[in-house]
Design a protein around this ligand. Structure first.
Ligand SMILES: [Ca+2]
Ligand SMILES: [Ca+2]
Length: 235
């Protein structure tokens, strides 16, 4: 090996390492970004099961859409992957939103799981991660995520509110004994464009759901209302 080669190797060796690390970093980020899905409503999402199903595969990080006087609510079919699930319109909407999560019981029935109208600081909404980390609260599986403007609420087949309506800042489980989602009704107020930011979610066709079936089969019992009400009590 000539002295000239050693000098060239000594000069370029670290740079090649840096370039290689940069390539790995760039391609690594690209692979991660490719797994994240952001969904835009198209056409208008239905109000009832099965809702609209964001396509693609991998983590679902946001859903954007809109409501209007003729389009009071939207429902999306998603996969909840863990207790880290959360959904929020804070910073993502200019109107008074409400968010609702329903568990798919395996036969396409949407059972109330958790709901929020307002955060303590805004008229937008947040469904927080599950409060009891010791046991699964969000059984991984298929869920329906609903959004509406205040005060248009989901109801069961008897016309009963599935979730408590007040206080507006409450994070509520379903009212005991209420049935699955059958209709929406109530006051119609401000509507508009929204972006729901998600964590702990994936598209319907992704693991652990893989489309209808698999982990999603069978009942996904909703968290007892008291669990969520405790969360509210503890802020
Ligand atoms: Ca819509
Ligand atoms: Ca609200």
């Amino acid at each position: 090996m000539s002295d000239g080669f050693r000098k060239r190797q000594g000069r370029w060796g670290p740079r090649i390492s840096v370039i290689g690390a940069t390539i790995v970093l760039v391609f690594g980020l690209s692979a991660q970004q490719a797994l994240a899905v952001t969904h835009t409503e198209s056409p208008d999402a239905p109000a009832l099961v099965p809702g609209q199903t964001p396509g693609g595969s991998g983590a679902l990080t946001s859903i954007s859409g809109s409501t209007s006087p003729a389009d009071q609510e939207d429902l999306y079919r998603i996969c909840v992957t863990s207790n880290s699930f959360s959904a929020t319109t804070v910073g993502g909407a200019g109107f008074d939103t409400q968010l609702f999560l329903f568990a798919d019981d395996g036969i396409g029935v949407a059972r109330g799981t958790v709901a929020n109208d307002n955060t303590t600081a805004s008229l937008q909404s947040t469904l927080p991660p599950a409060p009891n980390t010791g046991t699964p609260s969000y059984l991984p599986g298929v869920y329906y995520l609903g959004i509406s403007g205040f005060d248009h609420d989901p109801r069961d087949s008897s016309g009963q509110l599935i979730f408590p309506s007040v206080p507006f800042t409450g994070v509520f489980g379903p009212v005991p004994g209420r049935g699955p989602l059958a209709s929406w009704a109530g006051a119609t107020g401000s509507r508009g464009a929204y972006t729901i930011t998600l964590t702990g979610a994936a598209t319907f066709s992704s693991a652990p759901c893989g489309g209808q079936g698999a982990v999603c089969a069978g009942p996904s019992p909703p968290l007892p209302a008291t669990k969520w009400n405790l969360l509210l009590a503890h802020g």
